[in-house]
Design a protein around this ligand. Structure first.
Ligand SMILES: N#Cc1ccc(Nc2nc(N)cc(-n3ccc(CO)n3)n2)cc1
Length: 285
């Protein structure tokens, strides 16, 4: 169910950093069509050799993304296996991962709200297809278009592949994914439709907190206690948004809102009055 890409058709450029079990590189793939050679810029995601045994989970994740197509889902061209290297070949997204972008750029409230709506629509699409992503977080949101503050052309994001399934990961790694991984996943290591809602709540928190890493200073043990005590993330000063985040981060999965009501809630958030009041400095910082 995958397009296999020959290793000799790949051109490797600079390293762009690393995910949890992968290294990402910019590159090109070449393909011949009616006698002409075309090159396409790609992102090469290499699975670390020491995680070889989870390569089928790595590819399963990618094949999930190539079975369905949606404007906000990352395009995976195929996979390439060469010697001991498992490589996923993805469309290259110009501005990279959202978590880094948020740390180094300041964006308006309406920019953030628009990104939130795009993610909510993607969540709704996956829910209607009964597909659980399992790793929604700002690091897995890619910025296709920046959108610029002055004019009103808005940003455009794509959701990346979920990577190795949480069921394949060791407990330590799963604990370290607190507060993105839903509490029920910790107990029964089974991803349900509702668990993506929880991660969506955490991602909203990242988005509206300038890419700050939630619970960054806690070690795995303290993170586990965070869930045992049914704790919540520090709430934002925008109460309407804080309410949505806490509804998504409800410890009882069945009480989390449907993706449709999440979209309705986001549409009801008018940035104008909040933005004006915030700018006027009348709201607490
Ligand atoms: N400076 C810079 C810069 C870095 C990356 C891109 N592009 C890109 N395209 C993708 N398809 C996926 C990714 N990822 C980055 C982390 C992960 C982890 O999942 N993916 N980055 C563009 C600019």
């Amino acid at each position: 169910q995958f397009h296999m890409i020959k290793h000799e058709d790949l051109i490797w450029k600079e390293s762009l950093g690393q995910g949890s079990f992968t290294h990402v590189y910019r590159g090109f793939k070449t393909h011949r069509r009616d006698g002409e050679t075309h090159t396409t810029e790609v992102l090469l995601k290499v699975l670390d050799a020491e995680h070889k045994n989870s390569w089928e989970s790595f590819f399963e994740a990618a094949s999930l993304m190539s079975q369905i197509s949606h404007k906000h889902l990352l395009l995976v061209y195929g996979v390439s296996v060469h010697k001991s290297k498992n490589i996923m070949v993805q469309e290259f997204v110009k501005h990279g991962a959202l978590d880094l972008y948020l740390k180094r750029s300041s964006v308006s409230l309406s920019w953030k709200l628009d990104v939130a709506k795009q993610l909510a629509c993607t969540l709704n699409f996956l829910e209607e297809k009964n597909i659980v992503h399992g790793n929604i977080c700002a690091k897995n949101l890619l910025l296709v278009r920046e959108g610029d503050p002055n004019s009103d052309n808005l940003p455009f994001i794509k959701l990346s592949d979920p990577g190795i399934s949480v069921a394949m990961l060791g407990r330590e790694v799963v604990l370290d994914r607190i507060p993105w991984v839903a509490p029920e996943v910790l107990d029964m290591l089974e991803l349900g439709q509702q668990s993506d809602k929880w991660s969506f709540g955490t991602t909203l928190w990242e988005l509206f907190n300038g890419g700050e890493v939630p619970l960054q200073r806690l070690d795995p043990k303290q993170k586990q206690q965070f869930y045992e005590r049914r704790s919540q993330l520090p709430c934002l000063d925008w109460t309407e948004l804080a309410d949505l985040i806490s509804q998504c981060m409800e410890y009882q999965p069945e009480l989390r809102p449907s993706s449709r009501s999440i979209i309705r809630h986001l549409n009801s958030l008018i940035t104008s009055d909040y933005e004006i009041l915030h700018a006027a400095g009348t709201l607490p910082e």
